[in-house]
Design a protein around this ligand. Structure first.
Ligand SMILES: [Fe+2]
Length: 323
C-alpha cells in the first residue's frame, strides 16, 4: 500500500524544493489529503492550544456531552445510529469578523491562544494556496483572490473532542462526508487516532503525528480546478479508549464569492468546464442539509440554480458541459 503523504515544509527552502512540490502535487491529485511538518507554527503554541483545549473540554464540555449521551440512550444502543455523531464541538469564527469574544466559557488565555493560532493558520493557508497555484500553473494569488468575495475569506475553527465510545461499531465519531469549503487545516490528537479517508474504495487511517498539521481539500477547490483536484470522503471512527482532540480550521471563500472553474486551467487543458458557477453562500445552504451525502448531486443542483442577475453578466468560459 502507498504511504500516506507527509511533506516536510523545510524542503521548500532548499534544493529539494521541486521534490517537495511534486509530493504536494501528487497528494492533491491522488489523495486530497496530506500531512505537513516543519510548517512554521511553533510547537510551544501548538502544545498550549492542545493543553487549553483539553482543559476546556474537561471543565465545560464533558459533563454536557455525558448528559446528551444519557438523554438519548446512546451508550446503550443495540442498533446502528446514523443521524448523529459521537462528538462534542463548538465553532470559532475568525474571518471576516471574529466571534471569539462572544463565545461563552472560554477563559482569557484560551481566547488569546486560539486567536494567535488562527492568525498563524490563516497565513499558512494562504502560503499553501499559493503552492497549489504554482503546481496548477495558476498565477500567484489566484486562489486567494477567487475566495475573496467582497469581504475576504471565511475562516473558522471547529473545536471537537471525540470521547471514548462504548459502541464504535454502531455510532461514528463523525459520519463520512467531503468538506464543502476550500482548504482545511487540521491539528489532530497525536495519540488518539480515528480519522480515515476513502481511497480507491478503502478506508485509510490518517496517522497521528506530533506537531504536524493535516491538510485536505474541500469541494470548492475541486470546482475551481475543474476536477483536477478532488475533495475526498473522510470520517472519524470513535475509539473505545482515549479522548480524541481535533481542531479543524476551514479557510473558505467569502459568502458572496463567485466560484467557478479557473479559465486558465480550462484553456490549458482544452477542456470544457464540467463544474458549475455559483455563489459560495448558495452552495453552503445546500450543503447544510446534504453534508453526509455524495457531493455529485450537490454540484448538479448548483448547475440548475440561477446566478443572481448581477453576476450572470460576466461571460462564463464557454458552454457548461453536462458531464
Ligand atoms: Fe471534514
Amino acid at each position: 500500500m502507498e504511504n500516506f503523504p507527509v511533506i516536510d515544509m523545510e524542503m521548500l527552502n532548499g534544493e529539494e524544493r521541486s521534490a517537495a512540490m511534486n509530493m504536494i502535487k501528487d497528494a492533491c491529485e491522488n489523495w486530497g489529503f496530506f500531512e505537513i511538518k516543519n510548517h512554521g507554527i511553533s510547537h510551544e503554541l501548538m502544545d498550549k492550544v492542545e493543553r487549553l483545549t483539553k482543559e476546556h473540554y474537561a471543565k465545560f464540555m464533558e459533563q454536557r456531552f455525558k448528559e446528551m449521551v444519557a438523554s438519548k440512550g446512546l451508550d446503550a444502543t443495540q442498533s446502528e445510529i446514523d443521524d448523529l455523531d459521537w462528538e462534542s464541538t463548538f465553532f470559532l469564527r475568525h474571518l471576516p469578523t471574529s466571534n471569539i469574544s462572544e463565545i461563552p466559557d472560554l477563559e482569557h488565555d484560551y481566547r488569546l491562544a486560539m486567536k494567535e493560532f488562527a492568525e498563524r493558520l490563516e497565513k499558512l493557508a494562504e502560503e499553501l494556496l499559493d503552492l497549489l497555484c504554482e503546481n496548477l500553473g495558476l498565477e500567484k494569488g489566484y486562489l486567494k483572490k477567487a475566495f475573496y468575495g467582497s469581504k475576504g475569506p471565511t475562516f473558522g475553527t471547529k473545536v471537537s473532542n471525540y470521547p471514548p465510545c462504548p459502541k464504535p461499531e454502531l455510532i461514528k465519531g463523525l459520519r463520512a462526508h467531503t468538506d464543502a469549503g476550500g482548504l482545511i487545516l487540521l491539528f489532530q490528537d497525536d495519540k488518539v487516532s480515528g480519522l480515515q479517508l476513502l481511497k480507491d474504495g478503502r478506508w485509510i487511517d490518517v496517522p497521528p503525528m506530533r506537531h504536524s498539521i493535516v491538510i485536505n481539500l474541500g469541494d470548492q477547490l475541486e470546482v475551481i480546478t475543474n476536477g483536477k483536484y478532488k475533495s475526498v470522503m473522510h470520517r472519524v471512527i470513535a475509539q473505545t479508549d482515549g479522548n480524541r482532540m481535533s481542531l479543524a480550521s476551514f479557510y473558505n471563500p467569502g459568502s458572496d464569492a463567485v466560484i467557478y472553474p479557473a479559465p486558465a486551467l480550462i484553456e490549458e487543458e482544452n477542456q470544457n468546464p464540467i463544474y458549475p458557477k455559483f455563489v459560495f453562500e448558495d452552495y453552503m445552504k445546500l450543503y447544510a442539509g446534504l453534508k453526509f451525502q455524495a457531493k455529485e448531486p450537490r454540484f448538479e443542483a448548483m448547475k440548475a440554480m440561477p446566478l443572481p442577475m448581477a453576476m450572470d453578466t460576466t461571460p462564463l468560459q464557454g458552454p457548461v458541459a453536462t458531464a
